[in-house]
Ligand binder design. Structure first.
Ligand code: MSP
Length: 644
């Protein structure tokens, strides 16, 4: 086994289903874990769920259920999602597990033993942010809000405190001695600027919350959710259990991968707790950027959640994984849209990667009887291109510059296409048949393609296996050594079959109302059934249902969208205004059939552009084999009437 590599994600709150931000984080961690594994490291990859604290307590109370019931329901969804996305985590920790409680209590015990006055009972007043469950420094509060826009309240509390102030200097020294401790640099600068102001002691217990681990010796206090949550990284390795085999082997973590909003907790509080307890510090805290929707962070509190279930369901996990890794410049923020996904899917995957693969395999099949050509080649343009690109790719992977690493792989793809076009193998075959020169040209193209796919492997693991098999290569040969030139067998079987990424009709896909915010079809649960139906992750609460504003609308005008088979542009009246809605119903309805009709619309959907037309809402229709059937209502019901 190579050197150990322990990577963690943040543990995700269970007050809501995972969204694209959570998915992104786990995909990034998975790409890193898969890449390190294939480079020979002994990888341990941990993810999990953060189940204690006020957020969960409140969300459960809203539904009238126990916090653990909510957690059990949502956690089932996490497991299912990570399976669907092919996340290769080695362990999954829930903060409600016994092993975690043991670890948290052991951390506190060690702090109390080693630094007896680091934890003390005290009183503190300050700006408290309920949403983050933390005090916010005075200079970060403006008009009753913190820098993230969360409301803060002036609060006084008698609590247990951690002497964080004692760690200001040791932390600064640690950052200076380890300039990549926080990565990228911008995040380090932010952390250092924060610590340089001088750290205040941290309140680490709560009496207002019941849902958590009771503080030892102070049973009416629960342990501060962040102290509880951060300990997952060692509790999952058996910290405090008496069996420290995994802990001794994998700790300290090599990388805590988290979003930029929680870098501070990982790079300031966590190392301070560890210093106090006499435990080694993680090697690196890496902060990724945010997925945005209309330039705002996607989050439950803002109500602009994106869950691309349709995309993953319809295209499989790999195109989604590729898209998020390619589209987002690591560390920066990125706006999400289905349109951007479809553009990349068609251009990068269906066209560049998929077509080049089909084309090269087809030629090998035709010219060399279903096999890879008989002659290898050790001196050619593609070999030189691969030898230049692979080291660049590896360096970019080490820097977490995933978008650029993929770009490097695509440069080899461009070189392959250029090579094929300039050699004109179809002419060579016509003129001289399947001779040695042709054998070299085709084999070189296939071999370079194999290397492209080996580069792509951590991003699209399932499709890579399929592509390698089609190329006549070993589907599991994706290790570091397989990036070297010369791995493709001569005379191996190639497989000509359907396109690996079938082209998508973007307008039709989006016009078919497959908007990313549309929840999967489901029955509306009554409050009673919500309570009774326990771990069914597709169910939503009645509150969630009521977030959808359904209204009766009257169609006042309708015309087909030019150049679209499916799309109809309608002007509808909603009782107080007219608005435009574009819907994929033109295969079934004519404008005459629509005008005057009363339909049901989702009135509070964010606008979306369909073939350049802004659509403000969505019509409800049943779909029978793709054929829409509009929901209608008694014509006497006035436009604007709420539907529930
Ligand atoms: N439970 C805490 C983390 C405790 S770790 C000891 C938490 N949970 S969270 O569910 O709110 O967020 C989990 C991770 O998802 C965090 O790293 C967070 O930054 C990330 N994201 C949440 N929304 C995001 C986006 N819109 N975009 C990208 N990632 C973001 O914080």
């Amino acid at each position: 086994m190579g050197k150990k590599f322990y990577i963690t994600t943040a543990i995700h709150y269970v007050n809501d289903l995972p969204h694209i931000g959570h998915m992104y984080e786990n995909v990034v961690a998975d790409v890193i874990a898969r890449h390190r594994r294939r480079m020979g490291d002994d990888v341990w990859f941990l993810t999990g769920t953060d189940e204690h604290g006020q957020k969960i307590e409140r969300s459960a109370a809203k539904e009238g259920i126990e916090p653990i019931e909510l957690a059990n329901r949502v956690v089932a969804n996490h497991h299912e999602l990570w399976k669907r996305l092919n996340i290769s985590n080695d362990d999954f920790i829930r903060t409600t597990e016994a092993r975690h409680r043991v670890g948290v209590l052991e951390l506190i015990r060690r702090i109390q033993e080693r630094m007896p006055d680091d934890i003390y009972l005290g009183e503190h007043s300050g700006w408290y942010c309920q949403s983050e469950e933390t005090f916010i420094p005075e200079n970060q509060v403006k008009d009753g809000k913190d820098t993230d826009g969360h409301a803060v309240e002036w609060t006084t509390e008698k609590n247990l405190f951690f002497k964080l102030s004692r760690y200001t200097q040791p932390l600064l020294e640690h950052y200076r001695a380890n300039p990549t401790f926080v990565y990228p640099q911008t995040r380090l600068n932010e952390v250092m600027a924060f610590v340089e102001q001088g750290l205040k002691d941290l309140s680490i217990s709560r009496t207002s919350i019941k849902w958590g681990i009771p503080f030892p010796g102070h049973q009416d206090h629960v342990i501060y959710v962040w102290m509880d949550a951060l300990t997952n990284y060692i509790s999952a390795l058996g910290f405090g259990s008496g069996d420290h085999g995994k802990l001794d082997h994998y700790w300290p973590a090599d990388m805590h991968l988290v979003g930029k909003d929680i870098v501070r907790f990982h790079a300031v509080y966590w190392p301070a707790f560890l210093m106090s307890a006499g435990l080694p510090l993680p090697k690196q805290v890496v902060g990724h950027g945010w997925w945005l929707r209309d330039q705002q962070k996607i989050s439950k509190s803002l109500g602009n959640i994106v869950r691309p279930d349709n995309i993953i369901g319809d295209f499989g996990p790999d195109p989604f994984r590729y898209f998020v890794m390619r589209e987002m410049v690591f560390g920066q923020d990125q706006d999400y849209s289905d349109e951007a996904f479809l553009t990349r899917y068609n251009a990068d995957l269906a066209n560049d990667l998929g077509n080049t693969l089909s084309r090269a395999i087809k030629m090998s099949d035709t010219y060399f009887g279903g096999k890879t050509p008989p002659t290898p080649c050790e001196d050619n343009d593609l070999l030189r291109a691969a030898q230049q690109i692979v080291p660049e790719y590896l360096a970019l992977m080490d820097e977490c510059a995933f978008s650029r690493a993929l770009d490097a792989a695509w440069r080899l793809l461009v070189a392959i296409n250029g090579y094929i076009v300039s050699r004109e193998p179809w002419k060579m075959f016509k003129e001289n048949g399947a001779d040695e020169s042709l054998s070299r040209v085709i084999w070189n193209s296939l071999e370079a393609l194999r290397i492209v796919w080996v580069m792509v492997a951590p991003f699209m693991p399932a499709t890579t296996r399929e592509a390698l098999a089609r190329l006549g290569a070993n589907p599991d040969a994706i290790a570091a050594g397989d990036l070297a030139w010369g791995g493709l067998a001569n005379g191996g079987p190639v497989r000509v079959t359907d396109p690996i990424f079938p082209r998508a009709d973007a307008a039709q896909y989006i016009g078919g109302n497959k908007l990313e915010q549309q929840p999967p079809a489901q029955e509306t649960p009554s409050p009673e059934t919500t309570q009774a139906a326990a771990p069914d992750m597709e169910k939503i609460s009645i509150d969630q249902f009521f977030q959808t504003d359904l209204r009766v609308a009257e169609v006042r005008a309708a015309e087909r969208v030019p150049k679209s088979k499916k799309l109809m542009k309608m002007t509808v009246f909603t009782g107080d205004e007219e608005r435009t809605i574009v819907a994929g119903i033109a295969t079934k309805y004519t404008s005459e059939e629509l005008v005057g009709r009363k339909i049901i619309i989702v009135a509070n959907l964010q606008p979306a552009k369909l073939m350049g037309i802004e659509s403000n809402g969505m019509v409800l229709a049943a779909s029978i084999n793709g054929e829409p059937s509009l929901l209608s209502v008694d014509p006497a019901v006035p436009a604007g009437t709420k539907v529930k």
